[in-house]
Design a protein around this ligand. Structure first.
Ligand SMILES: Cc1cc2nc3c(=O)[nH]c(=O)nc-3n(C[C@H](O)[C@H](O)[C@H](O)COP(=O)(O)OP(=O)(O)OC[C@H]3O[C@@H](n4cnc5c(N)ncnc54)[C@H](O)[C@@H]3O)c2cc1C
Length: 510
């Protein structure tokens, strides 16, 4: 049987689009199906973190993403009678090109990724639902339904990027332990009258929960995001019914925001859950994004983690499709990414407790102690190193895979950073007499081999291989940087092990 497809991506949310784009950029034959009738849907995520921008940069979409983003957002924290301004535009993080919080609605992220994918000849197939899949001896036979008809699609890998209600997860028989949260999120696009500074985001903290008002509404000027105790049991994952204006007004009042709702363009309630898939893979079926993990929106981790799952998996699936021994590469995906989700689940649970819990401790922290501490906040925010540390955690800049199955060290140790598995920092370097930032060199799909000044040339070429000699880096060592910007192989000498990475890049000797 002839198989013409390497990867069938199920789901055209941010995870599926990023995965398809990265796999296609690394030479894979890709299709993307989504059961929705069309691309447009109200944004959920509004925050894109620095690491997501970094991993997307080699795919050529960062400029388009940033073209509509707010990269110097200001936030007003309303704590009791105080309104404390917080500037999030320059966070003193020198090793990234994106040292700022980025406000960018999910809809725009999806639009840019889908356009880049279309430029590579892959159009999302809307109104096309995956209904079944069989991981057979040769390949996966996936059944998709469109306009009442069914098609069997044969592919080397099925990527389940189909959100919290994932069909791929169910077909794969992967467990989904966890629990629903008692608190739900309310979203609304509204017109507001009152005293909110235009352009800034506003955060109000009350005893009953948190409310945020962003100047990023899609049907009206303001987007409200609030937490509240769920009055009933909504189905998980889908948007619930609209809210009357008086319930939205109550949320504003309880959070202490000085504004009046004058019009409601759209609103929805979303049930939340905290869950982690028991595995990220069953044979040729893979999970990424919300299909693999679900948590609260606290800290803006969902879409960002999904994009980073996607850019950990896309190049692997592409390289595996061209490889005769792909198992090691494929097995390493879950080994790297599932532990990241485990710690993100903990982090978001803690943050969400602080944001939304109504137990006496959390309610007192938010409703009583935070207003009392408000005068100290400018002092705390002036501690730039402290703020930068918090930013690095949320932006996932220190997430790495040291000790992971692809973190390899050569026979001779190489002094200094990065270590195997580390995120490669955006350091200033000199390459061929030119002073550049390292991520500028890495901003193309493929494996990047960084040679120290006196390292011998490995004399190889490849479609997805780029060799850079860093004259600013003394020694005879080498670092092989993976397509997702992590150090793979690190060695004080160019030795045989480098060959594994060159093979992954499809390299041949010269
Ligand atoms: C209020 C709120 C605010 C948030 N804010 C942030 C934030 O600021 N930053 C952040 O990083 N994250 C945020 N998130 C989380 C973020 O929205 C999600 O993590 C993100 O949408 C997950 O993307 P995904 O592509 O994995 O899944 P989804 O966006 O759920 O996409 C899954 C896609 O799969 C399709 N699909 C499902 N089943 C099938 C099938 N059988 N066949 C074909 N297609 C199928 C669906 O139609 C859908 O298009 C927020 C979430 C909420 C609720």
């Amino acid at each position: 049987m002839s198989r013409s497809l390497d990867v069938l991506v199920v789901g055209a949310g941010p995870t599926g689009l990023a995965l398809a784009l990265q796999a296609a950029a690394h030479g894979a034959r890709v299709r993307v199906v989504d059961g929705r009738a069309r691309a447009a849907r109200p944004s959920r995520a509004l925050i894109v973190h620095a690491r997501s921008l970094e991993v997307l940069r080699p795919l050529g979409v960062t400029a388009d993403l940033l073209a509509e983003a707010d990269t110097a957002p200001s936030v007003e924290l309303h704590l009791g009678r105080s309104a404390v301004p917080v500037r999030l535009g320059d966070l003193a993080v020198p090793d990234t090109a994106f040292p700022h919080l980025t406000f960018l609605p999910q809809q725009h992220v999806e639009r840019v990724l889908a356009a880049a994918l279309a430029d590579r000849g892959v159009q999302v197939e809307w109104s096309t639902q995956l209904v079944a899949a069989d991981d057979g001896p040769e390949d996966v036979a996936a059944v998709v339904r469109r306009n009442g008809g069914e098609e069997v699609v044969h592919c080397a890998a099925l990527a389940g990027c189909d959100g919290v209600g994932s069909t791929v997860r169910a077909v794969a028989g992967i467990g989904w332990p966890g629990a629903r949260a008692r608190v739900e999120v309310v979203l609304a696009d509204v017109d507001l009258a009152g005293e909110l500074t235009a352009g800034a985001a506003h955060v109000g903290a009350g005893r009953r929960g948190l409310l945020m008002a962003f100047a990023l509404g899609e049907g009206a000027p303001w987007r409200l995001v609030a937490t509240r105790t769920a009055p009933d049991r909504l189905p998980a994952g889908v948007g619930g019914p609209a809210l009357p204006a008086d319930e939205l007004q109550e949320l504003l009042d309880v959070a202490g925001l000085p504004a009046r709702v004058t019009d409601v363009a759209w609103s929805s309630r979303i049930a939340l859950q905290h869950r982690l898939a028991t595995a990220y893979r069953a044979g040729r079926l893979f999970l990424a994004g919300d299909a693999a993990h679900a948590w609260s929106p606290a800290g803006g981790q969902g879409m960002n983690t999904g994009v980073q799952d996607a850019t950990a998996l896309g190049w692997r699936l592409a390289a595996a499709a061209a490889s005769s021994a792909p198992e090691e590469l494929l097995a390493s995906y879950a080994a790297e990414r599932r532990p990241v989700a485990t710690s993100t689940l903990l982090l978001t649970r803690l943050l969400f407790w602080g944001e939304s819990a109504t137990d006496p401790v959390a309610a007192t922290l938010r409703g009583t102690l935070a207003p009392l501490a408000a005068p100290l906040l400018p002092w705390v925010l002036a501690r730039r190193r402290l703020v930068a540390r918090g930013f690095r955690v949320l932006a996932q800049l220190d997430t790495g895979y040291p000790g992971g199955p692809l973190a390899r060290e050569g026979s001779t140790p190489r002094a200094g950073r990065p270590h195997p598995g580390d995120r490669v920092p955006d350091a200033p370097v000199t390459c061929q007499g030119r002073e550049v930032r390292l991520h500028e060199l890495l901003a193309r799909p493929g494996v990047h081999v960084l040679l120290d000044r006196d390292a011998p040339d490995p004399s190889v070429t490849g479609r997805f291989l780029h060799v850079h000699r860093l004259t600013s880096s003394p020694g005879r060592g080498v670092v092989a940087v993976r397509p997702d910007g992590h150090a793979g192989f690190v060695s004080g000498a160019v030795d045989a092990e480098l060959g594994w990475w060159l093979a992954a890049a499809g390299a041949a000797g010269r």
